[in-house]
Design a protein around this ligand. Structure first.
Ligand code: UD1
Length: 420
């Protein structure tokens, strides 16, 4: 891409990747036809659809319409293979539904995004409290509960999104009551809980730190609309603010993005809530701000690379702190190639804003770093090429087209290494 354009116009966001994938896994809990709408047109959904097919489901994914229809048979397989789990770490979310439905789940230990060390200890401990035995054998995490699951009291050491989801999706079909304390509170958790309740589950407290579940004997397949993608919406908010633009983000839920929007507003961008979402308007050079990532309702770790890029060209100095994942700072070394003044110190990055970056070839290391580096290219002189851009397709549908729609000079080269 060639830098120098302020983004202007409107852009749409659809349903959240991080909810859609879990809802697809959650559909395993009910025999019959689940229909999900507002599903993003991204590679990760294609991978999850394939994984569910291999478990025995029929899956129709109409990416243009944003609809996934899943037909779940009476009997499903309980093994999720390494090939697919490696391509999509989020596949671990089939663990809870499979053990609840089949009494056994064999899920390959995942790979996926190259960010930090991501343990599965809380997933395993949670399922053990619900009566499963959990072990690792030949690269598979195997959870067994031949006599079925029962309720239990689970206190998470950290409000893990994935562990909360797996426990919820197992507990809804367990006998008796389950309480999850220090549960994750992300809007995607609320979306999954709402979906499960529509199916007939009994869940209270989703969106707070204490979630109570009363197990039921069976669930029914339903139709459900995926919650808007707050990380995609936040990406566009940062893209607008970083480039000094004026963008309306249509389909977004600004209530799910408070800390990010408040920080941008406090640093010189005007944020207006509109009937359709929100609008970010900027005048002049924005100020730098310090930010620390935290579990929801804190500033999301998935927006941290965008905060780095923003601060790399903002007025003043900033410290960006990562509290959720270790070593999630691969964007920094690439930003340095573009002339950013940034230094990593443990889980902090110190930045001193420069007027403009200077275009160069860089490499994406995951979905968000890829998208953030594209935004960096928009505020860099000359041409920037983001390699391994297929990472971006995993989280954003038509990212380059959307940027062109906002006036950016961006082209997308064919994939070097497709994921599937
Ligand atoms: C999800 C999101 C990811 C987001 C993250 C935090 C999906 C597909 N991905 O990831 O985009 O960045 O939430 O908002 O929804 N941990 C353990 N043991 C466990 C589980 C987690 O130590 O059993 C640690 C992880 O290493 C990490 C932290 O807890 O440091 C947060 O992980 P978690 O909230 O589970 O993130 P994910 O569900 O993997």
């Amino acid at each position: 891409m060639v830098g120098g354009t302020s983004l202007r116009g409107e852009v749409s966001v659809v349903g959240a990747k991080n909810s859609a994938l879990k809802l697809m896994a959650g559909s395993l809990l009910a025999v019959g036809r689940t229909r999900l709408t507002n599903v993003p047109a991204i590679v990760d959904v294609t991978i999850m659809a394939e994984l569910l097919r291999r478990l025995g489901c029929t899956v129709d994914y109409d990416a243009d319409a944003g609809v996934v229809e899943l037909d779940v048979p009476d009997t499903i397989q309980h093994q999720a293979d390494y090939e697919l789990v490696r391509a999509l770490r989020a596949s671990i979310c089939v663990l809870g539904p499979l053990v609840a439905r089949c009494g056994r789940a064999d899920v390959a230990v995942p790979g996926g995004d190259a960010i930090g060390s991501r343990g599965l200890d809380m997933h395993a401990a949670g399922l053990e409290t619900l009566g499963a035995t959990v072990r690792v054998n030949h690269g598979y995490l195997i959870a067994e509960a031949p006599g079925g699951l029962h309720g239990g009291d689970i206190r998470l050491d950290f409000p893990s999104v994935g562990a909360t989801e797996n426990i919820l999706m197992a507990a809804v079909l367990a006998k008796g009551k389950t309480r999850v304390t220090n549960a994750a509170r992300e809007p995607e958790i609320c979306d999954i809980a709402a979906f499960l309740c529509e199916m007939g589950a009994q869940i209270e407290g989703a969106g707070t730190s204490v979630i109570d579940v009363e197990g039921v004997s069976s669930l029914e397949a339903v139709t459900h609309e995926v919650v808007p993608d707050r990380i995609a919406a936040g990406t566009w908010a940062f893209a607008a603010a970083t480039t000094g633009g004026d963008v309306e983000v249509v389909g977004a839920a600004p209530a799910h993005l408070r800390p990010a929007l408040n920080l941008l507003a406090g640093a010189g961008s005007e944020i207006t809530e509109t009937d359709r979402g929100f609008r970010v308007t900027t005048l002049g050079r924005r100020s730098a701000f310090d930010v620390a990532t935290l579990p929801y309702p804190g500033f999301p770790t998935d927006l941290q690379p965008f905060a780095l890029v923003y601060n790399a060209v903002a007025q003043g100095s900033a410290m960006v702190t990562e509290n959720v994942f270790e070593a999630r700072f691969r964007t920094v070394q690439e930003l340095a190639r573009l002339g950013a003044e940034a230094r990593v110190d443990g889980h902090h990055v110190m930045l001193h804003g420069v007027q403009r970056l200077s275009g160069a070839p860089v490499q994406a290391s995951d979905i968000r770093s890829g998208a953030a580096l594209v935004i960096a290219g928009l505020v860099a002189d000359g041409v920037t090429t983001v390699g391994r851009a297929s990472h971006i397709d995993r989280g954003y549908a038509g990212f380059a087209e959307a940027l062109r729609g906002l006036g950016a000079d961006v082209t997308r080269e064919p994939d070097e290494e497709p994921f599937l």
